[in-house]
Design a protein around this ligand. Structure first.
Ligand code: AMP
Ligand code: ZN
Length: 494
């Protein structure tokens, strides 16, 4: 594998940039903590998912599509889910299935590839019980008052990822007072809790439900193995969640490491009235939902906005960021239209696609700037002719088909990153395609006119009614139908 590109990643565990070396290049493993499915994902959550998606794409590019195994879990047992079931009177599975589907649909709309595995916590309870039993047997965990806790004093490396020493942690315990009384050390965390509102599973240490942290340790092991290559997530998960995943997995599996590389994305922030900004989070009540944004913006626009800042820098979310991204994509799509046109004239290119900027610690903004450079260069050619694109002369001017090679290079790289996936014509019309409805509109109007000429008033009324319905339906979605010559209409965004 001499010509394997070298990927460097900033490893949060060692706090330095390192060359990425997988344990087995034919099975590269990555894990990303997925959502707790009781409501919609916000755009901050989406940032974590999109960053992991870019890493997944880069790894697939380097090691081959089949060689990368990516697990992103679904947390479908949680106090907030139980609470929501109680409040709405709906079965838990109805709530979790609904929001898991919405989550997947929303992420697909912003260009995230489906992970290889999407384990659900409720399907891995036996693995959690197994892991907890092993931790208890080996003296890393203890039962107390219907709970099982991990004893942090048994694990010397506890605090290494987050930089928190045990002394510091003792002072900063965030668990309720009742629980503190049951624990040996205030930093001990819960592995198993008693059943709540009838939600529980039988276990040797009592009927109950898992703590959040053990879920990920068990699901990562079941899907990827005992030691994984890369673990991702937002910086807020470093402590306590990831710290606790490491402690459980290393002590239960008997390895020095749980994940060899830890990749943490920085926060997405929301502006405050006083001009400062703060992390987007449900608890602060300043969230913008991906689901709502998708009603107004194309998924690629949202994706580009999310990738504009380096993943290790904070990103300030705003409407302007979306507008900027939309304008950028409009320009890129114009090049894609030209690409098709010039290709149909017989242009070819063997340019290899590479993502070198991303090899250096996923420098996504640098790659995006590269796409802009090509796009802007091609834009300068447009001004030299009146055809609204690259002219045939301009294309044949250059013996090497350089302009086409540039276009090809730009578009393939954009595709790899999850952009320019649509037909340029569909994009121009606002990402929507109403062609089929407009065809039906023309057809029913033609039938109405024919019925009128034949004196069939009933049929005429019925057909005009249907054409009005189509017009109203698309109008409700912000689309205007415009009549054209020969009874052939077109549509555009109002
Ligand atoms: P949660 O549903 O809170 O467990 O979060 C799911 C993922 O989104 C985790 O990787 C979090 O670290 C990440 N996340 C949550 N809020 C933000 C934010 N404002 N900016 C970036 N990532 C976030
Ligand atoms: Zn996790």
């Amino acid at each position: 594998m001499n010509d394997t590109p070298t990927l460097t990643l900033y490893n949060s565990l060692t706090r330095q940039k390192e060359t990425f070396t997988p344990q087995d290049p034919s099975r590269v493993t990555m894990y990303n903590c997925g959502p707790t499915v009781y409501s919609y994902a916000h755009i901050g959550n989406a940032r974590a998912a999109v960053v992991a998606d870019v890493l997944f794409r880069v790894l697939r590019h380097i090691y081959g599509q089949e060689a990368v195994v990516y697990a992103r879990n679904i947390t479908d047992v949680d106090d907030r889910i139980i609470q929501s079931a109680k409040e709405t009177g709906k079965p838990i599975s109805e709530i979790t299935e609904k929001y898991a589907k919405i989550y997947n649909d929303d992420l697909a709309a912003i260009g995230c590839l489906p992970p290889t595995y999407q384990p659900k916590a409720t399907e891995h309870i036996s693995h959690m019980i197994e892991m907890i039993s092993k931790l208890m047997e080996d003296g890393f965990a203890y039962a107390s008052d219907d709970h099982v806790f991990f004893d942090v004093s048994t694990y010397d490396d506890y605090g290494k990822l987050s930089g928190n020493t045990l002394d510091a942690l003792r002072g900063g315990d965030r668990v309720g007072e009742g629980e503190v009384a049951r624990k040996k050390n205030s930093a001990d965390f819960v592995l198993w809790k008693p059943e709540l509102d009838g939600v529980g599973w039988d276990a040797p240490f009592g009927r109950g439900r898992p703590g959040w942290h053990i879920e990920c340790s068990a699901m990562a092991k079941a899907t990827l193995g005992e030691v994984i290559d890369i673990h991702c997530g937002g910086v807020d998960l470093k402590f306590p969640h990831h710290e606790n995943e490491i402690a459980q997995s290393c002590c239960a599996n008997g390895h020095e490491k749980f994940a060899n590389y830890w990749v943490h994305n920085e926060f997405l922030n929301m502006a405050k009235a006083d001009g400062s900004s703060e992390k987007m989070s449900k608890s602060l009540g300043n969230v913008t939902l991906v689901h709502d944004l998708l009603k107004e913006w194309d998924g690629e626009v949202i994706r580009l906005a999310l990738l504009k800042a380096h993943y290790r820098s904070e990103l300030n979310w705003s409407e302007d960021l979306l507008k900027e991204s939309k304008a950028q994509l409009d320009g890129w799509y114009r090049k894609k239209a030209d690409y098709f046109r010039v290709k149909s004239l017989g242009a070819g290119s063997n340019v290899p696609t590479y993502l070198d900027e991303l090899l250096d610690e996923l420098n996504i903004p640098l790659l995006l700037a590269g796409l802009d450079n090509v796009s802007e260069y091609i834009e300068t050619l447009y001004t030299a002719n009146s055809e609204g694109g690259i002219s045939n002369e301009q294309m044949s001017e250059n013996e090497d088909w350089n302009i086409f090679v540039d276009l090809d290079f730009m578009i393939k790289r954009a595709n790899l990153l999850g952009f320019l996936q649509k037909d340029p014509e569909v994009w121009r019309k606002g990402g929507l395609d109403y062609d089929v409805l407009v065809e039906e509109y023309d057809s029913v109007r033609a039938q109405a006119i024919a019925a009128k000429e034949a004196g069939d008033k009933a049929k005429m009324g019925e057909m005009f009614k249907r054409s009005d319905e189509i017009r109203d339906q698309v109008a409700a979605e912000g689309i205007v139908i415009e009549s054209g010559p020969d009874g052939k209409s077109t549509w555009r965004k109002a």
